[in-house]
Write a protein that binds this ligand. Structure first.
Ligand code: CA
Length: 511
């Protein structure tokens, strides 16, 4: 509609596409004249609405009019009430399960670091895992020393990364929920970008004993068991003694990592985690559909894609269940939603705790509208499996990895699931980055894309103005992902060294 974006013919609201918004009196066509100035990304009523009438975007109900809304009026959050979430007990689990994936594509490759277990790294990193926060200062001290003194001797190693966290002691370690942070730490150590070279620093008196974290009997090619070091070990007679003990251990791992070289690998070994943060109303029109198109291409090339963020898919679960590849997968999806509903209820919260004030300023009225845009980044492939929080992926294809929507918690859990490349879509803007994997930041609007041109890796904004199609930009993003995975192109977060902390999801009690 020229100045407005209407997503499906059913919609009775349109989205202002113009970067500067539209002034009062603008004729947007079809007899709709704006009765007030409306900012970019916000909604315009395309017909008169009476209290209780459905407000439709993406062809779905995002709310009901809470008051009379005239055609041409700005539809902001408090003019509409939020619909109830889909009833998990009433979802169909099987009748509408979709067919197989779209036709496969072949011939797409990148240069990666092959591991003995078949996984492939997009970076070659030495990891220092820790069993407890008590050793965090020490491990960071050693990390800096390794970076300064050892890394220059090992040019094929990209970095050294400490996995520090607040877990490990002062926590109810045998509570049922403790399984989540514990398996997250175990599985992060198996991330493909660590190539199996992980050393573990423990204290000695903590609850989460390193041997519980990495049981010696379960040592595999890709497990760090055997390289545990306790600071309280009596063979260490001083701080400098401990430091040299860790440096020796690090040197052994670095030598092995340095022998690795990038090799040509098929795109089928990519494990791409999709996430959004700081979304706006454009996210569901530009950034997320482009990411979704690229996600489909990765899946069609035989690769693996994760989408996550339970609170941002909860209100679109009826659409996702239909895409489950089996009744079991549909049930697993519903089960993760139910677990999270309970988790929020125990904390006296519900899904309306999401969205943020920034999401609202970006034109998103409520979490229903946010969720309908959010799921677009999963593309259209069948959902092949559901991975619980902290678990490792089992199947190639599109996986739902159940995580909170919090950027750092989601990113951390996707790392544990085995992600080797991250796509992060933002409309409001965030300098988000992770040290373990490259994070390709996609802006949903060109206002952000140009203002933050040195922080954003890919601007999906041109779609909103009809300059490019989702398909064109989806292919562009796909090719950019291959270049980034190969190390040929550095993402902004890595170029600038902007890396967030890893944050464990601990739904269990602290003692
Ligand atoms: Ca997020």
């Amino acid at each position: 509609m020229g100045n407005l974006i209407k997503i499906t013919p059913r919609d009775n609201v349109g989205i202002v596409a113009h970067l500067d918004g539209l002034p009062m009196g603008t004729d947007v066509g079809n007899g709709v004249v704006l009765s007030e100035a409306i900012p970019m990304g916000h909604k315009v009523a395309l017909s008169d609405l009476s209290p209780g009438d459905e407000v439709l975007r993406y062809g779905e109900v995002i709310g009901h009019a809470a008051q009379p809304i005239r055609k041409g009026e700005w539809v902001i959050g408090d003019k509409i009430t939020m619909p109830r979430p889909p009833d998990l007990n009433l979802l169909s689990k099987g009748e509408e399960i979709i067919d197989g994936p779209a036709p496969s594509i072949s011939g797409y490759t990148f240069e990666g670091f092959r591991n003995r277990d078949g996984s492939v790294g997009t970076k070659n990193i030495l990891a220092i895992s820790t069993s407890v926060q008590c050793v965090a200062g020490m491990s960071r001290y050693v990390e800096e020393k390794i970076r300064r003194e050892l890394l220059p001797r090992y040019p094929n190693v990209d970095d050294v990364v400490t996995i520090s966290h607040h877990y490990g002691c002062g926590v109810a370690i045998d509570a049922p929920a403790a399984i989540i942070p514990i398996r997250t730490l175990q599985n992060i150590a198996r991330n493909p970008n660590f190539g199996g070279e992980v050393l573990v620093i423990g204290l000695g008196c903590e609850k989460l004993r390193p041997e519980r974290l990495f049981p010696p009997g379960q040592s595999t090619d890709h497990s760090p068991a055997g390289d545990l070091l306790y600071l309280q070990d009596e063979r260490f007679r001083s701080f400098s003694d401990m430091v040299s003990g860790i440096m020796d251990l690090a040197d052994r791992h670095l030598r092995r990592l340095n022998a690795k070289r990038r090799e040509t690998c098929p795109a089928s070994v990519l494990v791409v985690g999709m996430q959004c943060g700081g979304s706006d109303s454009f996210s569901g029109i530009t950034g997320n559909p482009v990411a979704g198109f690229a996600a489909d291409l990765i899946v069609r090339a035989g690769g693996t894609v994760f989408f996550s963020e339970v609170t941002e898919v909860r209100d679109a679960i009826h659409l996702l269940v239909r895409r489950a590849s089996s009744v079991q997968v549909a049930e697993a999806l519903i089960q993760e939603m139910a677990w999270y509903d309970d988790y929020l209820a125990r904390g006296g919260a519900d899904r309306s705790a999401n969205p943020t004030p920034g999401n609202r300023r970006g034109g998103l009225s409520n979490v229903v509208e946010k969720a309908l845009g959010s799921v677009a980044k999963s593309g259209t492939s069948p959902i092949i499996d559901v991975v619980g929080p902290g678990e490792r992926v089992r199947k190639k294809g599109l996986n739902f990895v159940a995580t909170p929507a919090s950027d750092f918690v989601c990113g951390t859990l996707q790392l544990a699931a085995g992600m080797n490349l991250h796509v992060f879509i933002t409309g409001r803007g965030t300098p988000y980055g992770l040290s373990v994997v490259p994070v390709v930041k996609v802006s949903s609007n060109s206002k952000l894309g140009s203002r933050w041109s040195d922080l954003i890796d890919f601007d999906a904004g041109p779609i909103a103005h009809g300059q490019k199609t989702i398909e064109e930009m989806g292919w562009e993003l796909f090719h950019q992902l291959l270049a980034v995975a190969s190390g040929d192109q550095k993402v902004a977060a890595d170029r600038l060294g902007l890396h967030n902390d890893l944050v464990l999801f601990n739904p269990g009690p602290i003692t």
